[in-house]
Design a protein around this ligand. Sequence first.
Ligand code: DO4
Ligand code: MG
Length: 315
Amino acid sequence: MAALDPAARSGQLYCGKQRRRSVRITSKDSSAPMTRDGLKLYRTEEGMLVEDGNSLFKIEAGSWDALITRDDLSSYLSGLIASARPLVNKNLPDFRLKPPIGSQEVWAAGVTYFRSRDARMEESKTAGGGDFYDRVYNAERPELFFKSAPHRVVGHGGKVAIRKDARWSVPEPELAVLVNPVGRVVGYTIGNDMSSRDIEGENPLYLPQAKVYDRSCALGPGILLTAGPLPRSNEIRMEIHRDGRRVFEGATPLSSMKRDVKTLVEYLYRDNSFPSGCFLLTGTGIVPPESFTLQHGDEVRITIDAIGTLVNAVG
Ligand code: DO4
Ligand code: MG
């Protein structure tokens, strides 16, 4: 099967190289440690790592939760690496990455792209549910749903799962944001909101079963720490490989997202507290055609400019 998402920009091939963001110094106060914009934070079996351009640092910073809930996360890490030596002869692939999550909940926004609205209306039309997706796409209040507890999340290189009772399963490549306890977006990562389309299409009330099951969520590879929003021209790209062949590719710019991240976070934090912060997946704009379903052994590769590539086998 070599299907291209008609709503996505075609002809876009992943070339194996990630574009690097240049590192910007954001503090002008000479007495304060310089905050370096664009640091990447990784959680690995061997400890925590910070990537600053081409330099990689191993840091000692207590627990993951304590670290990522700091309101001064970026400047704190800038201070740590300012007095540290970069690792010599060690690169990221030498480490075993873990999902960049501690005790945070993972939430997700839905129908934030026209492509998702369209696909959902189609899959649920016989159940009479199509209209709901159009209404939520146009409504002021976004669709927000609980996606995952930390133990159901896999990281880069982990295996995502297909529900045993599903016949039609797809990955959903999404920009994921790390939000701290006071509701500030402190970082960006890549999320895969694995979904059972036949189950959610049968009845919209089955959505939690279509979305929440063991290994139904992938996050990673690390967290990009940057002060402002990502450029809207940045793309999300997905490729699915089967038996060594690419069977799907699609891409969408972040500018196709109908809602802005700040508003999604504002709704999520209304009357909800997140003492350890949370991750929020911001919805998919890439949906494979109806003829496509994932199979065991497939490999899903999701790239977002400036963040990296998240690779997961299905199994
Ligand atoms: O409403 C169903 C889920 C939508 C979703 O997950 C998405 O648009 O990404
Ligand atoms: Mg989704």
